[in-house]
Design a protein around this ligand. Structure first.
Ligand code: ATP
Length: 290
């Protein structure tokens, strides 16, 4: 079996524009990859299939399709299409998940990114990293960043990336909800609440705010929509005095700090309230073999 892995992410800043004619939204995202990763192994098989394990609640693992609906198989077929393979050899994929499912942490996108790296090797394609990013952008908005990793600004749907200089380590406490939130439903609710969108900064302004240390991390245009769909999220946010941010379309809330001691204290406080937590850090690695 050939293995590759790719990181989950948080959005440290996330503004969303109005619904576009093509059904997508333009965004302005400050992406940060995390030390939690998905690992994917690939081997030839009679038919396309995906098995998923990981130290996550079984209810979460059960959400992951084992057939051609899995984003991994979608990515494999997009890769075959990109290189002009008409009838690609079916493959079996073994996935080990550290990133919670349907959580706004781009777990499925990280699976797809890892699969692209592993298949490039298994099928001896020799595609460049930029070519894999091009394929990834056809699979999902967060797949290019799952390939790239690090810290980056994403525009368009998130696929047009500008890598930034790596930042000092951030300590991240993820408050994982027992329920998932559908990305499509959150964006649909956002469209009802903000028909004009909520895109206020230009990429240049965001870059300038980062450069001179003015940026307050944590803004997420999708928070009101996520809270509307899951009022429990508002209760969670109000139950602590910690500045919790929503990652992507949620429902994961994150406490992010450069101070390891503060992160440990926050984790203690949140755990005592009975929440399921993942304590991790930022990590600049993107998708890679192994
Ligand atoms: P994103 O932020 O990229 O929209 P997410 O991190 O919120 O996604 P995922 O973990 O990617 O959420 O899962 C979203 C849904 O996608 C799942 O409920 C599942 O039905 C479907 N899915 C398809 N392939 C995968 C995969 N490999 N891993 C997880 N979910 C997958």
């Amino acid at each position: 079996m050939i293995y590759a892995s790719a990181p989950g992410k948080v959005n440290l800043f996330f503004e969303v524009g109005p619904l576009r004619a093509d059904g997508f939204h333009s965004v302005l995202s400050l992406y940060q990859s995390l030390a939690i990763r998905q690992r994917v192994g690939v081997a030839t098989a009679q038919q396309w299939s995906v098995s998923t394990t990981g130290n996550l609640p079984q209810a979460q693992l059960d959400l992951v399709p084992s057939d051609e609906e899995n984003l991994i198989v979608v990515a494999a077929k997009a890769l075959a299409d990109f290189v002009g393979i008409q009838n690609p050899q079916p493959m079996h994929f073994e996935t080990v998940k550290e990133v919670p499912v349907a959580a706004g942490l781009a777990g499925g996108s990280a699976d797809a990114a890892a699969a692209l790296i592993a298949l490039n090797e298994a099928w001896c394609l020799g595609l460049s990293f930029d070519q894999l990013i091009e394929v990834g952008s056809r699979v999902g908005s967060d797949v290019p960043f799952a390939l790239l990793g690090g810290t980056a600004i994403g525009v368009d749907t998130g696929i047009d990336l500008t890598p930034l200089t790596p930042i000092p380590t951030l300590h991240v406490v993820l408050l994982v909800s027992p329920y998932g939130l559908s990305t499509g439903k959150v964006f649909g609710k956002f469209d009802d609440l903000y028909p004009q969108g909520d895109l206020n900064l230009s990429p240049e302004q965001l870059l300038a705010e980062i450069a001179d240390g003015r940026l307050t991390i944590g803004k997420n245009s999708l928070l009101p929509a996520a809270v509307d769909l899951k009022p429990e999220l508002r209760e969670l946010i109000n139950s602590t005095d910690l500045p919790l941010m929503l990652s992507g379309s949620g429902p994961t809330l994150a406490f992010v700090t450069a101070d390891a001691g503060q992160a440990a204290k926050a984790a203690e406080q949140l755990r005592s309230l009975g929440h399921f937590l993942i304590e991790t850090t930022s990590d600049a690695r993107g998708a890679e073999l192994g």
